[in-house]
Ligand binder design. Structure first.
Ligand SMILES: *Cc1c(COP(=O)(O)O)cnc(C)c1O
Length: 237
């Protein structure tokens, strides 16, 4: 009896939380005169229990973002029955590309040509693997990502790899003091994608930007993928 009650409460919790984030996305899209269906919600599910994630998938969440390979592979065994779209959003080591390619259809943190080449070559699926280049917007030494000045050239190189589909950019900028400064960082990533497309004749269509704290600012400036953890699932363990 106790476990039934717990399940019911959790199911309601998942429905309420998912609805809350979907409403935030809808409101931000409305404010920007955008179609909310052009914005994909990726549940950033690192360090969340599979039983909890499962409830969210049952309520309609369709994509999951994971940072740690072994953790993600363990979750697949429990969650693949609900057929989520798997996004790798963590740092990629070059000796782990095969496991990443085998387990994820989207990879957000690519910042070197060699990584993209390996992912494409090791992709076991007939569909090309979707690649987002991570931008290091603030030139932080502790963070991965390609420097803004080198991003266009890397995009041109990655776009030429067979078996990979270069979809766009991903970024995790430092928090800014004001909403307008936060928006300016996102706007510059959007502009960089447009300029790079034009300069090299590319067709990048995706910007992975916006998390729990800044998804409204990111959507205002053209985000097409938001990665939401805390405000969706709750605090991580
Ligand atoms: C954890 C994580 C998120 C989600 O962050 P929240 O602030 O909990 O929404 C998004 N993107 C990446 C790359 C992450 O590691």
């Amino acid at each position: 009896m106790a476990s039934v009650t717990k399940f019911m409460i959790n199911r309601e919790y998942a429905a309420k939380q998912l609805n809350k984030i979907q409403n935030r996305i809808q409101d931000a899209a409305n404010a920007a005169n955008r179609d909310a269906s052009s914005i994909k919600l990726v549940g950033a599910s690192k360090k969340q229990q599979p039983e909890l994630i499962r409830l969210f998938l049952e309520q309609g969440l369709q994509a999951l973002g994971e940072n740690y390979l072994q953790e993600a592979i363990g979750k697949r065994a429990e969650l693949d029955v609900l057929n989520p779209e798997w996004h790798f959003i963590g740092q990629i080591q070059s000796n782990k590309t095969k496991l990443v390619a085998q387990n994820f259809s989207w990879v957000h943190g690519v910042d070197r040509l060699k990584i993209a080449q390996r992912l494409a070559k090791q992709n076991p699926n007939s569909d090309p693997i979707n690649i987002l280049l991570q931008l290091n917007m603030d030139a932080e030494e502790s963070k991965g990502g390609v420097l803004v000045d080198s991003a266009a050239e890397l995009a041109d190189q990655v776009a030429q790899i067979g078996g990979a589909s270069l979809r766009g950019f991903m970024l995790i900028p430092q928090p800014r003091d004001s909403d307008s400064e936060q928006r300016a960082v996102f706007a510059s990533a959007y502009q960089l994608m447009q300029d790079t497309n034009q300069r090299y004749g590319l067709v990048m269509d995706s910007l992975s930007m916006g998390m729990s704290g800044d998804l409204e600012a990111a959507i205002a400036e053209g985000s097409t993928i938001v990665r939401v953890g805390t405000d969706l699932f709750g605090k991580r363990e």
